[in-house]
Design a protein around this ligand. Structure first.
Ligand code: PEP
Ligand code: MN
Length: 263
């Protein structure tokens, strides 16, 4: 179902009135984690002003250490809904498990499946039964074929609104957090009709390189971007080193116009 042989035309995934995979590039931006009302609303206001159409923010965080901040859970979801109300931005947020799926689905406009859950086939089967678009991030060590098979789980279960997200893969290189595999963009576009967005923030892990890779992603044909933005990255509870300040984000958005079809 995900393959281009089955469906030769590019698929457009509608998120309310936003067309992902259409003429315009959509930028999903916001903090890694929802931390507080003040932090989230400030981030939302700033990314909206710079031209983002979708607000990101995790309420449930898949952290490497169990002692790290794990997210505000339902309180975080409520804050995301408040930010949507105030700004008109759509919301993308991660769903980590089957247990919390009904709750997350009540609040989210797009359900994010994180890299660590890309092959959680039970979760994929469950999001297949929800009437919401799914942002399917590529697994840390997954091939393009495995990634498309994960999309196939969601689509074969009845949900065809899948957006793929390249977020970097594990390689021997350790200067950057991951290796952003931009080759995946044209390859996936060749093999599949699904829209592809790129997350340069997790892809490189260092804010300094994010705007360049964002431009490169768009030049490679990405349909959108997922970018971490924090009002004060130095104080972030999660992924501060890769988060752009609102000022740097606004600058990145301006520079995108040099490569984008439309932002
Ligand atoms: C995130 O988007 O904050 C996240 C946890 O991403 P990934 O699943 O790609 O690591
Ligand atoms: Mn993050």
């Amino acid at each position: 179902l995900a393959s281009r042989a089955f469906h030769p035309e590019d698929s457009v995934v509608m998120v309310g009135d936003l067309a992902i995979g259409g003429e315009e590039i959509h930028v999903m931006a916001g903090p890694c984690a929802v931390e507080s009302r003040e932090q989230l609303l400030e981030a939302a206001r700033q990314v909206k002003a710079a031209g983002a159409t979708i607000l990101r923010g995790g309420a449930y965080k898949p952290r490497t250490s169990p002692y790290s901040f794990q997210g505000l859970e339902e309180e975080g979801l409520k804050l995301l809904a408040e930010a949507r109300e105030l700004t008109g931005l759509k919301i993308v947020t991660e769903v980590m498990d089957v247990r919390t799926l009904p709750l997350v689905a009540e609040y989210a406009d797009i359900l994010q499946i994180g890299a660590r859950n890309m092959q959680n086939f039970f979760l994929l089967r469950e999001v297949a039964r929800v009437d919401k678009p799914v942002l399917l991030k590529r697994g840390l060590s997954c091939t393009i074929e495995e990634w498309l098979m994960a999309a196939e789980y969601i689509m074969s279960g009845g949900n065809h609104r899948v957006i793929l997200c390249e977020r970097g893969i594990r390689t021997f290189e350790n200067y950057t957090r991951n290796t952003l595999d931009l080759t995946a963009v044209p390859v996936v576009k060749y093999l599949s009709h699904l829209p592809v967005v790129v997350d340069p923030s997790h892809g490189v892990g260092k804010w300094r390189f994010v705007p360049t890779m964002a431009r490169a992603a768009v030049a490679a044909g990405a349909d959108g971007l997922l970018v971490e933005v924090h009002p004060n990255p130095a104080e972030a509870l999660c992924d501060g080193p890769q988060s752009l300040t609102p000022e740097n984000f606004a600058h990145m958005m301006k520079e995108l116009h040099s490569v984008a079809r439309a932002v």
